[in-house]
Design a protein around this ligand. Structure first.
Ligand code: SAH
Ligand code: DHB
Ligand code: MG
Length: 224
């Protein structure tokens, strides 16, 4: 098994199950043209996020790490009328591309993008007391995942689904000797999860067009 095969299978799945879409395809195209890194979720993963948000009946979604808004569009399209998505991004160039992509998708009235380091915008959100989120997608800098997860819990209620991307890191999550800050972050995150009685969680390894990685699903099971 190798990357070529994982990519071919992702192409096969996407060809059959994720039809071409002007807004999503345009978001990837314009993000690449603007020089953004090609690290958005894959089409199949984007659709998984969309399906999870619909399964969850999410009306309020929080995303940490917008990039060009590709995952944002998948998630926002799962919202019912009146639903809202808040997305947090530190890089003004990414935010600018995302705003254009979100507007082209017809979602400008549904999505609010907050520019700034998430370690600053998350406490602002908490202080605003503007309500809990039904689904939270954590997909920013990996070294700070433990801090984002702790803040996410403060913005959750019983039943909130927290999804964390890129937690397997080509298998390095199981390497206690790693000095990579991202790996240290995802390992610290798993330690935190193991001790966290307020959620029930698991991590799933994945292969695909983006290589070997994985994601965590954590369901809030306590009244917060
Ligand atoms: N969710 C996107 C991909 C996000 S890539 C998608 O799947 O389409 C990670 C993003 O997190 C990048 O845009 C990066 O600029 C942003 N980021 C990195 N550090 C951050 C921070 N401290 N606060 C907020 N966003 C951050
Ligand atoms: C990176 C970030 C991501 O969100 C991702 O899905 C893959 C890679 C990165 O920062 O390298
Ligand atoms: Mg990611």
């Amino acid at each position: 098994m190798n990357q070529d095969q994982w990519t071919a299978v992702d192409r096969y799945i996407t060809g059959l199950l994720v039809p071409p879409d002007a807004a999503l395809d345009g978001a990837l195209r314009d993000s690449a043209a603007a020089g953004l890194p090609p690290i958005a979720v894959s089409p199949a993963q984007g659709k998984l996020l969309h399906l999870l948000a619909r399964t969850q009946g999410a009306r309020r979604i929080l995303e940490i790490g917008t990039l060009g808004g590709y995952s944002t569009i998948w998630l926002a399209r799962a919202l019912p009328a009146g639903g809202q998505l808040m997305t947090l991004e530190v890089d003004p160039r990414h935010a600018e591309a995302a705003r254009a992509n979100i507007a082209r998708a017809g979602l400008a009235g549904v999505v609010e993008l907050r520019l700034g380091p998430a370690l600053e915008t998350l406490p602002q959100l908490i202080a605003e007391k503007s309500g809990r989120f039904d689904l939270i997608f954590i997909d920013a800098d990996k070294g700070a995942i433990p801090e984002y997860f702790a803040r996410a819990l403060e913005l959750s209620r019983r039943g909130t689904l927290i999804i964390v991307d890129n937690v397997v890191r080509n298998g390095a999550v199981a390497d206690p000797a790693s000095t990579d800050p991202a790996v240290i972050g995802v390992r610290r995150f798993h330690q935190l999860l193991a001790a966290e009685r307020r959620v029930s969680a698991t991590t799933i390894q994945t292969v695909g067009s983006k290589g070997y990685d994985g994601f965590t699903l954590a369901l809030v099971i306590a009244d917060l």
